[in-house]
Design a protein around this ligand. Structure first.
Ligand SMILES: *[C@@H]1O[C@H](CO)[C@@H](O)[C@H](O)[C@H]1NC(C)=O
Length: 258
C-alpha cells in the first residue's frame, strides 16, 4: 500500500513553501489487543529543483520510533535499545546502505516529478465578482467587496484602484479561505466615499493569470435589482388595469347599460 500525503505550509510565495511528504507505508499490521509496527518512507523538499530533498525511513513500533534513516545523515540512527542494535547491523552491511542511499534518487525524485505535473504545477483561474455592501458606520458612506472564488494555488493579490492608482487606505481583506477541495476564496473590502466621474476597480494577480485582471465597478444597479423593479412595476400596471376594468364594468352595470 502506498499513500501520498501533502502538507502545505502557510507563508510566502508559491511552491517554495509547500512541503511535500511522500509517505509510503511499507507494512502496517495491527490488532486492537496486539502490536503495531509501522515503516514510513518520507520525501521532504521545498523547491522544484529538489535541492534540499531529503529521504527519511522510520521504523515505528507501538508508536515509538526505534530507528531512522535520514539521507542527509547517510546512515541509520537508533533511538531505542532495539533500534541501536539494528542501526549498527544495517550500517555495517554495505549492500543495505547502498540500497537505502539510492532511495533519494529512485523514490523521491521520481515521485516528485509525477506530483508536480499532476498537482503542484496546476493552476485554476479565480472567478471574480464585485458587489456593494453595507459599510460599517464610519467616515465613509459606501463599501465594495471584491470576491475571488475557486482559485489554486493559494497565493493571490487583490488590490483596489481609483482611476488607475492603487488605493491603500480603508482596505481590509479576509485570508485566503480554503474551500476544502483544493480551491480557495478571498474577499477584499474597500470603504470609500463615492465621487462622480471616478472609476473604482479591483485588480487580481494570480499565477494562473498571464497578467493582472482589472475589474471596474459599475455603479448602476445590478441586473437582479433592475429585474425586481421591472417585475414590481409590471405587477402594479397590471393591477391598475384590472381595477380600472372592474370599475368601468361596475359603473356601466349600475347605470343599467349592461
Ligand atoms: C535529517 O538530517 C538533517 C541533518 O542532520 C537535519 O537537518 C534534518 O532535520 C533531518 N531530518 C529529519 C526529518 O529528521
Amino acid at each position: 500500500m502506498c499513500l501520498f500525503h501533502y502538507h502545505s505550509q502557510q507563508g510566502n510565495m508559491a511552491i517554495q513553501n509547500i512541503y511535500i511528504y511522500l509517505l509510503g507505508f511499507l507494512s502496517i499490521s495491527y490488532r486492537t489487543d496486539g502490536y503495531y509496527e509501522q515503516v514510513v518512507d518520507e520525501c521532504r523538499f521545498t523547491s522544484k529543483d529538489l535541492q534540499d530533498a531529503e529521504f527519511i525511513r522510520s521504523y515505528v513500533f507501538n508508536m515509538v520510533e526505534d530507528v531512522r534513516f535520514n539521507s542527509s545523515v547517510g546512515e541509520y540512527v537508533g533511538y531505542t535499545e532495539l533500534g541501536v542494535k539494528n542501526a549498527k547491523a544495517w550500517n555495517s552491511d554495505p549492500g543495505e546502505l547502498a540500497g537505502i542511499r539510492a532511495q533519494l534518487d529512485s523514490y523521491c525524485r521520481n515521485n516528485a516529478g509525477i506530483h508536480y505535473s499532476a498537482v503542484l504545477d496546476k493552476t485554476a483561474k479565480p472567478y471574480v465578482r464585485m458587489s456593494s455592501v453595507t459599510p460599517p458606520s464610519g467616515r465613509h458612506t459606501a463599501m465594495l467587496m471584491c470576491s475571488a472564488y475557486d482559485f489554486y494555488p493559494k497565493q493571490i493579490r487583490v488590490t483596489w484602484q481609483r482611476d488607475g492608482h492603487e488605493i491603500k487606505s480603508d482596505v481590509t481583506s479576509t485570508e485566503e479561505l480554503a474551500d476544502g477541495d483544493w480551491y480557495y476564496q478571498i474577499h477584499s473590502h474597500l470603504e470609500y466615499t463615492p465621487k462622480s466621474g471616478e472609476k473604482i476597480s479591483c485588480m487580481v494577480e494570480h499565477s494562473s493569470l498571464p497578467e493582472p485582471m482589472v475589474y471596474d465597478w459599475d455603479p448602476s444597479m445590478p441586473e437582479s435589482e433592475r429585474n425586481k423593479i421591472a417585475i414590481g412595476a409590471s405587477g402594479l400596471v397590471l393591477g391598475a388595469i384590472i381595477a380600472l376594468a372592474g370599475l368601468v364594468y361596475y359603473k356601466k352595470k349600475s347605470a343599467g347599460v349592461l
